[in-house]
Write a protein that binds this ligand. Structure first.
Ligand code: GTR
Length: 435
């Protein structure tokens, strides 16, 4: 694991358009608290023109301004599609005795074009029998629907048919049936009366830098366009868009309560759930798990992954404009506390892991804390602690801005799900449990 401050030579992995060919960017990475340089956060309650935001009406204007800034400078805006998109829903299977008879399992293909071979997304849905009109956890999986459970009847997600990932032995292991089941304790979730909906994020956009030739981006190109413009979406933008399309579908399902959908995600998918929740107010609760840089962690605090590093390792995640802030986080007009504030007044839960210093747990907590004044202005109470909780003994801060840190590393565990459900119980209403 990394210790202290060090530099990374990014080599040929990525060069931003402004860098002369042949240059090797040197990226400073700090993992020591004492070496964090002073930084100033933008005030979420002050308009760009300096005017103070002191009423709910003022906040509506500031919110619009912040959304625009995150869209044009960080994640990229969602462009208008070249032709109207009218998703088609096709139920591919239904099993009424799933998870030892406690749930109905349904598989739904959502097609975004008039072709059946994509782009589209394969949604896997579990409906608890113990809770009519259940609240739902919606989140992407990394490696295909078949990876979330050993059940041989789950149809592999279409994205696993990508020849580039199939040829990679590690990816193949990750895509095996049930390979990621520890992150998706379905029986445990359903037993507490929650529905679960998941799809593979790569259905929306495969997670590699291919110039946005596949996934949903081409549906949005204007005639002659082959790549998103500098202020248009990267992969995170497309993944976030897909979560809203999944929610569109959930709104048509009678057995669940689509007004009680918690959107959740881990790591890059935690960045995605925050951006989805910021843009789409229909998400009733937003959960980020160890989302780190570009997620819940402050960018201006130089601890762990930096903007330059993330744009180098993953040049396709954000919009091209975000590269302007490589090694210039001070110039960013926004920081991630304002992304959290964009969820206000809805409940948002930020989960960290003490062993995941790369994601900067303290920066995640400080972002949650710095979002508090917006929640307070809107009358919802915000974050009820001002000191960062310790990883043990377990302390879930359940206020409207929630926070949790546990020992251990970068993963989603069964215990994390207990935390998510305790938070959801507090904010979405409790559910009957299995007798
Ligand atoms: C890491 C990346 C993080 C985080 C993580 C993940 O390599 O540096 O920003 O997103 O991947 O998604 O697992």
């Amino acid at each position: 694991m990394f210790v202290g401050v060090f530099v990374l030579v990014a080599g040929l992995v990525s060069q931003t358009p402004s860098e002369p060919k042949g240059s090797t960017p040197v990226i400073r990475i700090n993992l020591e608290e004492s070496k964090v340089r002073p930084y100033t956060l933008p005030d979420p309650l002050r308009m760009e023109n300096g005017r103070a935001v002191s009423t709910k009406t003022d906040w509506a204007a500031r919110r619009a301004e912040l959304l625009k800034l995150f869209a044009s400078q960080v994640y990229g805006q969602t462009p208008a599609p070249s032709r109207p998109i009218a998703p088609r829903y096709r139920i591919r299977s239904e099993h009424k005795e799933a998870l030892s008879g406690t749930a109905i399992r349904r598989e739904i293909a959502i097609e975004f074009s008039d072709r059946d071979d994509g782009p589209g997304m394969d949604l896997l849905l579990y409906l608890p029998k113990n809770a009519p009109r259940a609240a739902v956890f919606l989140g992407y999986n990394f490696s295909g629907n078949q990876s979330v459970d050993l059940d041989p009847a789950i149809t592999p997600s279409r994205s696993t048919h990508d020849p580039r990932t199939r040829s990679d032995a590690r990816a193949t292991a990750r895509q095996a049936r049930g390979a990621d089941s520890s992150a998706w304790p379905l029986e445990q979730i359903v037993a507490r009366g929650y529905a679960v909906a998941t799809a593979c994020y790569a259905d929306l956009d495969p997670d590699y830098d291919d110039g946005f030739a596949n996934g949903v981006h081409p549906l949005f190109y204007k005639p002659g366009q082959t790549q998103p413009a500098a202020d248009e979406w990267g992969s995170i933008g497309a993944w976030a868009w897909g979560l809203s399309r999944a929610l569109d579908y959930l709104e048509t399902v009678g057995e669940i309560d689509a007004k009680r959908v918690a959107v959740m995600g881990h790591s890059r998918l935690g960045k995605t759930s925050l951006w989805a929740g910021a843009q789409d107010p229909r998400f009733a609760v937003v959960v980020s798990i160890q989302s780190g840089c570009g997620g819940a962690a402050l960018s201006k605090r130089d601890f762990g992954e930096t903007v330059a590093r993330i744009n180098t390792s993953f040049p396709h995640w954000f919009c091209q404009n975000f590269r302007k802030y490589n090694d210039h986080e001070d110039a960013l007009p926004v920081d991630q506390h304002e992304l959290i504030a964009l969820v206000a007044p809805r409940p948002v839960l930020i989960c960290s892991a003490a062993g995941d210093q790369w994601a900067d747990p303290k920066g995640e907590f400080l972002a949650a804390l710095a979002a508090d004044p917006v929640y307070k202005l809107l009358g919802t109470g915000g974050l009820e602690v001002s000191e960062m909780p310790k990883p043990a003994p377990r302390q879930l801060v359940k206020s409207t801005i929630g926070y949790h840190i546990r020992p251990g590393g970068h993963a989603v565990t069964r215990d994390d799900w207990e935390v998510l459900m305790d938070f959801a119980d507090a904010h979405l209403g409790s559910h009957p449990s299995t007798p």
